[in-house]
Design a protein around this ligand. Structure first.
Ligand code: LLP
Length: 438
């Protein structure tokens, strides 16, 4: 998919770059991102919304992969940006991302994060709870600067492919409940606050969702709420944000729809429902993360050791693992892989891919058919663009890999491989301990 293909040498090629050349230049593990495919995914959203005729913003959920070069792409493609921490906000601002297109999420923003965001004059806060609402009003008041907000609702719609990543049920740490009156009271309070400008509401129903029904159900709930608030409190929402969660294909059996289909289902459901209530159709925002960057990423690893346990399984170990991709260990997430240096060869053995961390749960793939694997082979795991680098850790003091963007035969480092200095750089040996000179 994307610009990936097998070249004359039988090597996997992405963005016009031979992955084996990339390995020689940059080493492994290496995250390779197909820039053209990232841009294509951005455009699919923007174009589908344009076709709907509605006012919209597509906010890239930067949590999926937040580095400065990615913020530049989002900016160039006309996207807005969803951030959830001071670190993501800082990255966006350092990349020169226009502050008015930044939306700040999170269920526990600190006073310092709120100040930073107000000072930067970001476009909107997505307010999660009442503690935050009042803190935001107070800080904005000190600065004599009104802030735009959406309220995050808990719509009670459950749509998920794994329970750890569902965020839409009632029993959730996120958002204000629609059914028990919390959301209604929040609107009542917000409209009385002098430094709060309530633009509308937000709902996010989960992640890696394939069906459109969940989104349609969320629209139903949101419009019913909007209409009640209009009729009883005389408040009109100008923005409705329907969150992210659009699924991608990691392995056979994953059945996502094309981006345009999700957008079309949402926009037509919005038009229909708001029309039914005679409600002026608000601006629609969405926040895709995974579906923007997920399938653009490929991680390249070097195969090291292996061991065959006759009649049981053959373990093949690579030079990365849960430190660069914790998703299999965390969510039992599944991935496909191939040998990048022998891409055309027939598969003839069943193996399981282990990482190098000191933990038996550090497995990347259970049971995959590959050509007979040798030490030194390059394994390419696909669809690692979302929530991989973003969730990478230094467990076992492993240095985080480099990230390269490839496009039209060029490869650019967008994140350098961490150095040993990065590893010990923040360590301090207290002065009462014996100091050693190096
Ligand atoms: N908006 C909100 C409010 C969210 O909470 C999320 C994801 C998104 C947008 C973007 O969702 P996406 O389009 O990427 O599905 N670490 C997990 C995924 C956690 C998603 C959390 N929220 C994973 O690796 O699968």
């Amino acid at each position: 998919h994307g610009t990936s293909k097998i070249n004359d040498k039988g090597h996997l090629q992405i963005g016009g770059c031979d992955t084996i050349d990339l390995v020689e230049r940059f080493g492994t593990p290496l995250y390779v991102m197909d820039e053209a495919l990232i841009r294509q995914r951005c455009r699919e959203y923007v174009e589908a919304f344009r076709a709907s005729g509605l006012k919209f913003q597509v906010a890239y959920a930067s949590k999926a992969f937040c580095v400065m070069a990615m913020c530049r792409i989002a900016e160039e493609e006309g996207m807005s940006l969803d951030v959830v921490s001071d670190g993501e906000l800082y990255t966006a601002l350092q990349a020169g991302f226009p502050a008015e297109r930044i939306h700040f999420h999170g269920n526990n923003k600190s006073p310092q994060e709120i100040e930073m965001a107000i000072d930067a004059q970001i476009g909107c806060f997505v307010v999660d709870n009442m503690v935050e609402l009042h803190m935001l009003n107070a800080i904005a008041g000190e600065k004599r600067q009104k802030v735009n907000i959406l309220f995050r609702l808990t719509p009670g719609v459950e749509a998920h492919t794994h329970e750890y990543i569902s965020t839409g049920q009632i029993d959730s740490k996120f958002g204000l409940d629609l059914d028990n009156g919390s959301a209604y009271r929040a609107v009542q309070e917000a409209i009385a606050l002098p430094y709060i400008e309530l633009l509308g509401v937000h709902s996010h129903i989960g992640s890696q969702i394939f069906e459109v029904e969940g989104f349609q159900l969320a629209v139903d709930k949101v419009i019913a709420f909007a209409a009640k608030v209009r009729d009883e409190l005389d408040v009109l929402f100008s923005v409705v944000n329907l969150g992210g969660g659009f699924g991608i294909r990691y392995v056979d059996g994953d059945t996502p729809l094309p981006v345009a289909k999700y957008v079309e289902a949402i926009t037509s459901s919005v038009k229909e429902n708001f029309g039914k209530y005679g409600y002026p159709v608000p601006e629609i925002w969405v926040e895709p993360g995974r579906s923007i960057v997920g399938d653009s990423g490929t991680t390249l690893y070097t195969v090291g050791t292996y061991k065959d346990i006759p009649g049981v399984r053959k373990y093949v170990a690579v030079d990365g693992g849960m430190a660069d991709n914790p998703r299999p260990a965390l969510y039992e997430a599944r991935y496909e892989a191939m040998l990048a240096n022998r891409a055309g060869e027939a598969e003839d053995e069943l193996v399981s891919i282990a990482g190098k961390c000191c933990e038996s749960g550090d497995m990347l793939i259970w049971d995959i058919q590959l050509p007979k694997v040798n030490s030194g082979d390059i394994l390419a795991v696909s669809c690692t663009g979302a929530y991989n680098y973003a969730m990478a850790s230094n467990y076992n003091r492993i240095r985080r890999p480099a990230v390269v963007f490839v496009k039209d035969g060029e490869a650019d480092i967008v994140v350098k491989r961490e150095s040993y200095d990065n590893i010990v750089g923040n360590d301090v040996v207290p002065s009462r301990m014996k100091q050693v000179s190096k």
